[in-house]
Design a protein. Sequence first.
Length: 459
Amino acid sequence: NDVVELMSQKILSFPKEAQYSLKMVACLGSVCEGLIHCLAGVKDLSMVNKKSIQSSNAYTENSALLKWIIFFVEEGLLTREGSKYKFAHDQIQVSAYSLIPEDEKKLWHLQIGNEISAQRKTTNIENVLFIAASQLNRSQNIITEKGERIKVALLNLEAGEKAMSSSVFHLAASFFESGRNLLDEKCWDDNYRLSLKLYSYSSEVYYCIGNYNSMELVLGELFVHAKCFEDKFKAYHTQIQALGAQDHLYDSIKCGLFVLEKLGEPCDLFPSPQVIRSEYIKTKDMLGSKTEEEILGRRLIEDSQIEFAMRVASTILSCCNRVRSSVGSSLAFRLVQLSLRHGVCSYSAIGFASYGYFLSGVVGDYEGASSYGKLSLRLVETFQAKELTAKVSALVYAGIKPWINILRTSLKPLIDAHEIGMRYGDIQHACECAMQYCSHAYQCGEELEKVEKEMKNYC
């Protein structure tokens, strides 16, 4: 507190324009030269009517902003790294921010956010969308006009989607949550598509960060208000994944089979050996003598419901494998059959990898298994389905390749798949790849000290 008080007194000794410039940077934490240009229209609240700030009509040119920022670099309060300016110490930022009256802070964030948002599509500032949304979120309590709240909610949706695509899931969750908080009790009637997207994406990122309680609350709202089964697709898929991740494997399988039945692709939970054999023969006949190139060259799937059914089947397959449920074989056959009947998609990779897994572990057709394992890896590459890399690699390099190749050849692919899986949020299969890597490293004679160290790294 003493440090903040002393620093505040020093800041107050500077000219008013200088104080204003430092307060502006304090609201943001740091600024770059491009952001300084965006902020040129933001005016000191002590010089304007506060109500006019909310209507975004009180902006005037402030060409002195950069001059004062450079001045504070010379004074040692700010530092410069390339084109970016930031505080030399956290306490300096705290001191500058404390000089803004409490009843004005939200207004400062509002006008800064509005100004950056207005110019974000004409600037190349890195993460400008995140900056604009974050500033407006800090002022959302004073945004009372419904149209403006919807506008900021849409901005949060866009920012959350961008963070999600970069696998920054905690940040994405905060944007989606802020977007939901801006909606009112009539949101599902007045802004249905926006509400559906915010709730669907929220449940997905909550799953990715392991916040299952919040996920369940969001899913509950969505299931109540969604207008049709198709609008619940993403939500059901998230629930299936989350149940599996929490080790509720049979619940995950049952939920998946319920969805598949709704989509016209029913599967028995406990298929008999006769059914498994019949489905295997049917699949084998459909494949016939088709080559790898012929399968890769098939048309792309066009039916979105069939593609979603394949996605669901792919997801619950891993649960089936973990509980050694025979329905897993039925699902593998169904994925291959759907790929041959309707066209290929990224989830075809799971189908052919699982089919190869069945050939190697049950039929003993190791050459055939290897061929379909190779095909599945090529499908992942063809569709650039990085999010499926860990799942396919776990099947191929743990259940197929060891039958025909020495274990050492699987080490690099497994560790690469682990890294990709972690990056794309497939934590379960990323960990499975890491576990298989450690097991193979031990079995093929790697130094025990090295193996022990790597096992600790992945624990």
